[in-house]
Ligand binder design. Structure first.
Ligand SMILES: NC(=O)c1ccc[n+]([C@@H]2O[C@H](COP(=O)([O-])OP(=O)(O)OC[C@H]3O[C@@H](n4cnc5c(N)ncnc54)[C@H](OP(=O)(O)O)[C@@H]3O)[C@@H](O)[C@H]2O)c1
Length: 264
């Protein structure tokens, strides 16, 4: 029987790149995204590459309070047995906090924090009872240190980072076989994220550790296969992460301020 993976935001960016790895491994794919047209186009594209791939999708605004319940009900009503949930859908905002769009910031908090919490909670309960399953939560390298002009975004990803890793430790304490993997990708140059967050000219998307959605998907797949707890994605970023403990905070902040600047 084929395995099933649920990927939020599976129809574009990192979510789509990861879908290719799961399709190649003959998983049944469940996508939950916002834009119906994009989902349909992505399904067709994936089926051109993997002729027999099985994809079902739900159009759902995951920033809404009832979203995780709707996703869970959809899975239960269809009798799908979920092996892996990837909480990938997320957006970013950019700018000095008092100058950012309040509505967008709150939508981001609901999507990046509340929905990731709810989705983890709903699906984890069943996984713990069955003593099998994996949840992969997509955080970011901006969760590692204060990130000016990405203050709220970085804080949402710090939640994802701490929550995922702490719950994973709880599972170990209980002797559970269930795992929560936290993934921290470096800035990615080839997804919609920077455009939707008005960050096209921000240096970090063409900076010293910038990566691609394909490299991130490959790192996640390798980490998933090796049952890793924590994945820093992007080869250059992994190297920087290893030495970052030796770099004084003041120097780190000088480097971060350069990365978050807009360039002409
Ligand atoms: N790009 C980066 O530099 C970077 C770096 C580190 C971490 N990340 C994280 O990686 C994840 C994926 O980002 P990406 O770079 O692949 O960006 P992306 O191409 O913009 O993908 C975001 C996905 O989330 C979905 N989404 C957005 N708002 C939604 C909503 N309200 N309800 C349902 N789905 C929604 C989008 O669906 P639609 O297309 O249908 O709207 C899209 O599939 C995010 O959590 C992001 O924070 C990104």
């Amino acid at each position: 029987m084929s395995k099933t993976v649920l990927i939020t935001g599976g129809s574009s960016g990192i979510g789509y790149s990861m879908s290719r790895y799961f399709a190649k491994a003959a998983y049944h794919l469940l996508w939950v995204s916002l834009l119906e047209e994009e989902i349909e186009a992505a399904k067709q594209k994936l089926r051109r590459e993997f002729t027999n791939c099985n994809v079902d999708a739900l159009v759902q605004d995951l920033s809404k309070p009832e979203a995780a319940q709707n996703v869970y009900n959809w899975v239960v009503e269809n009798n799908w047995n979920i092996d892996t949930v990837i909480n990938n859908a997320g957006i970013g905002t950019y700018g000095f906090v008092p100058e950012t769009n309040l509505e967008k910031e709150l939508t981001m908090i609901n999507l990046n924090v509340r929905n990731v919490y709810n989705m983890t909670r709903f699906f984890l309960e069943d996984m713990v009872i069955k003593n099998v399953g994996t949840i992969i939560n997509i955080s970011s390298i901006s969760s590692f240190q204060p990130s000016p002009k990405l203050s709220t975004y970085g804080a949402t990803k710090a939640f994802v980072n701490h929550f995922s890793r702490s719950v994973n430790e709880e599972l170990k304490m209980k002797g559970s076989k269930v795992k929560v993997i936290c993934v921290c990708p470096a800035a990615i140059r080839d997804t919609n994220f920077k455009t939707s967050g008005n960050m096209e000219n921000v240096k970090t998307f063409d900076g010293m550790v910038t990566t691609t959605s394909e490299e991130v998907a490959k790192d996640i797949w390798k980490g998933y296969m090796k049952r890793k707890d924590f994945i820093v994605s992007g080869r250059k970023m992994r190297w920087l992460y290893r030495i970052s403990g030796f770099i004084p905070y003041r120097i780190q902040q000088i480097l971060v301020r350069k990365e978050v600047k807009e360039v002409a």
